[in-house]
Design a protein around this ligand. Structure first.
Ligand code: NDP
Ligand code: MG
Length: 388
């Protein structure tokens, strides 16, 4: 057996982080992976339990208050805090691989730090590429340094390996359509947070689950694919595919279409990233007989947030950072019952209309757009509530 891979997991207490740790436990006998650092936001007790189980001493949390609580639970641990702390963990000399499974804009710091330190980055935090795509590409030291974890991009990564760029005419990523696929647009005003959080296929964290109901997540994923694989905007599209077995497709110059299929289980792309380029047996095999696959065009009336966010990606500069920040604020406001579901897309649109984008030349440009858009979206929510 070869030396274990040494892995830092940021966002260890979340949906992706926990599934990654499940994979590490499952493959232990055949493919040892040593966890050398773990980070979370505020869930200090859960992080301490994972640190004890995996014998990890390098730990990170969201801020100084959480760091103090963690130190009281684990006095021997080396605890860092905040975005700089995440960046420190992502560049630890002892790490070979960094899994960035932090949610939101906070993930950009460790993405850049891991790339600059030459680590192989297993990227779940799509926000890194959405808000800072050009910075991320600029920090990349080698073409294969980022291994995507997002299922559609993990699929494209597999489909494109071995193909010449010129052979590929077009690519699609799929969307299950979320919990409101069969609703009428006019009915969305009355859907509840609990209904938006009940995704029909994928169990995920709260923010991405709501983004998968608005399809803002799918616009983020098109932007992610644009930066990761260099697809021009008119050659990457979305198909609604409720069975969620086909994750991506590519059309080749000779009319062939290649697709990647697997059961919808995030442990498959997580496992593929952790063990790349080796392939281990799946947690669940895909059974083909009786499988009915359907593909539909996306209904723009039902998912207005998709077009708003995609346009922000296409405009570029600080627009996607503003869209992401507004979405983070608006999703939280929806989950707190402060705004109805359609107001998420409306609020992103209103924030973007007021945004004066600048080209992204440094992290400061992204952070300033992020700060501005959060404040603007909060004001928009407050004004909307006053009008009611
Ligand atoms: P979760 O909300 O389940 O988990 C988020 C993780 O990030 C938690 O460990 C959380 O810690 C941590 N975190 C939050 N804020 C901070 C912060 N400021 N500093 C440090 N850590 C922080 O999210 P998911 O696992 O669902 O998603 C993670 C990322 O992966 C997202 O970018 C998402 O878009 C992407 N992704 C997720 C998929 C999924 O199936 N879940 C599929 C494809 C992509 P704490 O528990 O303490 O709050
Ligand atoms: Mg995805």
């Amino acid at each position: 057996m070869s030396d274990p891979r040494r892995l830092a997991i940021l966002g260890a207490t979340g949906s992706i982080g926990r599934q990654a740790l499940d994979v590490v436990r499952e493959v232990r006998g055949s493919f040892p992976i040593e966890i050398i650092a773990l980070a979370a936001g505020t869930n200090v007790e859960a992080l301490a339990a994972l640190a004890r189980e995996f014998g990890v001493s390098h730990l990170g949390v969201a801020g100084p208050e959480e760091a103090a609580r963690l130190r009281s639970l684990l006095p021997q641990a080396k605890v860092v805090a905040g975005p700089e702390g995440l960046a420190q963990l992502a560049s630890l000399p002892v790490a070979d691989l960094v899994l960035n499974a932090v949610v939101g804009a906070a993930g950009l710091f460790p993405t850049l730090a891991a790339l600059e330190a030459g680590k192989t980055l297993l990227l779940a935090n799509k926000e890194s590429l959405v808000i800072g795509g050009e910075l991320v590409l600029g920090a990349r030291r080698r073409p294969d340094q980022i291994i995507p974890v997002d299922s559609e991009h993990a699929a494209l990564f597999q489909l494109l390996s071995g193909l010449e760029g010129a052979e590929v005419e077009r690519a699609w990523i799929t969307a299950s359509g979320g919990p409101f696929r069969n609703r009428r647009p006019a009915d969305l005003g009355s859907v509840t947070p609990a209904q938006a959080l009940a995704h029909p296929v994928w169990p995920m964290g709260r923010r991405i689950t709501v983004d998968s109901a608005t399809l803002v997540n799918k616009a983020f994923e098109v932007i992610e694919a644009h930066y990761l694989f260099g697809f021009p905007w008119d050659r990457i599209g979305v198909l609604v595919h409720p069975q969620a077995c086909v994750h991506a497709l590519v059309a080749l110059a000779d009319g062939s279409v290649l697709a990647q299929l697997s059961v919808p289980d995030m442990r498959i792309p997580i496992r593929a990233a952790l063990t790349h380029p080796h392939r281990l047996p799946p947690p669940r095999p895909l059974s083909l007989p009786g499988l009915n696959l359907t593909f539909e065009a996306l209904d723009p009336q039902l998912y207005p947030g998709y077009a708003v966010v995609l346009e922000a990606g296409q405009r570029g500069g600080t627009c996607p950072a503003a869209a992401n920040a507004a979405d983070e604020v608006l999703v939280e406001a929806f989950l707190r019952g402060e705004i109805p579901f359609p107001a998420i897309a409306e609020g992103i649109g209103a924030t973007l209309s007021a945004h004066h984008p600048v080209p992204v030349e440094s992290l400061t440009d992204v952070l300033e757009a992020d700060r501005w858009a959060r404040a603007r979206a909060r004001d928009w929510v407050a004004m909307r509530r006053q009008r009611e």
